[in-house]
Design a protein around this ligand. Structure first.
Ligand SMILES: *Cc1c(COP(=O)(O)O)cnc(C)c1O
Length: 262
């Protein structure tokens, strides 16, 4: 069959790999959501992706989200009303970069899930900001879902809460009136081997099971955000429900860009 576009081909490849990795682990591929990391993608490429049915989009920076999400969301609405076939029925924005406390309030209305809560103070800031805006109309619960970011690779320069402190932090966040502990997020070290990646993922999965055992987050505890372009297949085999894929869809990052977070 003739290829539709380079992006459509890459997306098909990623989806096939997700399905194969899930099958290998005897998991239902529907348990795994592809979150497209659009930080290096041009707006027209993001629009094409939405037409191809991808509805979960992620950015690292609050500023970028604020600039992009209104236009993209409007575009999505127009597609839906034109009944274009194959369009993602829902658009969800994910924040996956480090969140500074002074941007917490600005981030909340722009995203549906924050993957990077790694301190009590940040959680308190979010909870207090939510108190002011009041409950959301669009969420599955009235609480705002967040993931606790775990530094499971134990690299000193990485963000994330230490493995040994994760349970306690999650427990504290779960008592907050406006936040839902929806799961855990982790990242592997750059250039980590397969064995190292798998260890990071399985350690995070074990922590997730521990949270579940302690009933932290209740039925809302559902997500393991693990795996990027280099390692998402292993992450799926180790239990990921959200894979954050950027360069495998859009190509690498632009020359000279070193921004990883806010
Ligand atoms: C950029 C980024 C990704 C995507 O990385 P790729 O290697 O391009 O797939 C995933 N997660 C986080 C936190 C990122 O910053």
């Amino acid at each position: 069959m003739a290829s539709k576009s380079p992006l459509a081909d890459k997306l098909k490849d990623v989806r096939d790999r997700i399905a194969r990795a899930a099958a290998k682990a005897k998991r239902d591929p529907a348990e795994v959501t592809l979150v497209a990391v659009t930080k290096y993608a041009a707006p027209e490429v993001i629009r094409e992706l939405i037409k191809l049915g991808v509805g979960d989009l992620a950015e690292n920076r609050v500023q970028q989200l604020a600039q992009r999400s209104p236009q993209i969301s409007e575009f999505h609405q127009r597609l839906l009303s034109s009944k274009d076939e194959g369009v993602a029925p829902r658009l969800r924005w994910h924040l996956i970069g480090h969140l500074q406390r002074n941007k917490a309030k600005q981030a909340l209305p722009l995203v549906q899930l924050i993957h990077t809560v790694d301190s009590l103070r940040l959680a308190e800031e979010l909870d207090a900001a939510l108190e002011k805006v009041g409950p959301r109309a669009d969420g599955p619960t009235k609480k705002f879902p967040i993931l606790v970011q775990v530094n499971a690779s134990e690299e000193s320069q990485k963000s994330g809460v230490a493995v040994g402190a994760t349970l306690h932090l999650a427990e504290q966040i779960a008592t907050m009136p406006n936040l839902q502990v929806a799961g855990l997020m982790t990242m592997t070290a750059m250039d980590a081997s397969e064995a190292e990646c798998r260890q990071v993922f399985s350690r995070t999965r074990e922590l997730f099971e521990e949270l579940k055992w302690h009933k932290i987050g209740g039925a809302g505890l559902r997500h393991l955000s693990m795996g990027m372009s280099q390692d998402y297949e292993w992450a799926i085999e180790e239990g990921a429900t959200l894979v954050r894929v950027g360069s495998a869809l859009f190509g690498g990052k632009p020359e000279g860009d070193s921004s990883e977070e806010d």
